[in-house]
Design a binder for this molecule. Sequence first.
Ligand SMILES: Nc1nc2c(ncn2[C@@H]2O[C@H](COP(=O)(O)OP(=O)(O)OP(=O)(O)O)[C@@H](O)[C@H]2O)c(=O)[nH]1
Ligand SMILES: [Mg+2]
Length: 308
Amino acid sequence: MTEDHTIQPDFRCGYAALIGAPNAGKSTLMNTILGMKISIVTAKPQTTRKRVLGFHTGDHHQIIFIDTPGLIQPRYELQTSMVNAAHSAITDADACCLLVDAPRAIETERMLPGELPGELLDLLRETRRPVLALLNKTDLVPNKGQLLPLIERTVAAYPFEAVIPISALNNDGIDTFLSALGPLLPPGPPLYPPDLLSDQPERFFVAEIIREKIFEQFRQEVPYATDVYIIEYREEETRDYIAAEIIVERESQKRILIGKGGEAIKRIGMSAREDVERFLDRPVYLDLHVRIREGWRDNAAWIRRLGY
Ligand SMILES: Nc1nc2c(ncn2[C@@H]2O[C@H](COP(=O)(O)OP(=O)(O)OP(=O)(O)O)[C@@H](O)[C@H]2O)c(=O)[nH]1
Ligand SMILES: [Mg+2]
């Protein structure tokens, strides 16, 4: 925004959905643009489970990014709600940004894995929103000549507004992307104050940070069988007291999460607290509890209760 906060007559403001396969780098891209870690990122697919909003305000536009869960063929209730979150973001957005994992697409000669491309492109066609294709992780493509055939295939696959190679991690191509996206938004004043980055409550970010640590520290099915929610959040004089419940599906998963003599849960708590304190910029006491909620991820009532 300009110094005096006067809004230019050609100012634009609107919603931009970040969509794509799991692990394509959607959350990384949003964080890079916002200059703050709003959405959790891990090396594992299906990290993001809910829509996360992030606001980017420039001189000429305010972009309300919607980070979405990766598109998959759902196999249980939680995944169904994840896909629904992505689909509704596409419908709600003024413009869509389809992220492609470029090195993976080059290797497999497909833009998106599995049966998704046809279905997704049909949905995009139906909604008639402008779509940008972002070929991400170009830092991992050693020979830039390899990008050309991928660009050609992408151009041929759909009438994208533009096909832009980027590296979300290295902040490469991001200015080009933002310059292409801004004009696709409708004219209008900003909807949010320029210094606001997101509208999610603090407890959402705290639960997400704990979930990120579980994704980072455990293998195989444990992260996917886990969810986190805040049961108590109390602002005390010297610190915030935050109690969170980590839910799992089975006794064996609870044992893994707690670890021998509680060392695993302690490790989650320590790394999560560090990040939560950095995020909130104040000291916190994190109180973690593990509980079994049998079959929660395939239980519609639980999915709703968990805010999906
Ligand atoms: N080298 C490289 N790695 C990247 C880039 N962008 C993202 N990554 C990595 O890719 C992995 C997945 O990134 P995320 O941002 O979590 O991907 P996502 O699309 O949000 O994934 P889901 O939430 O699971 O759908 C992480 O390990 C990131 O560090 C990039 O431009 N270059
Ligand atoms: Mg994500």
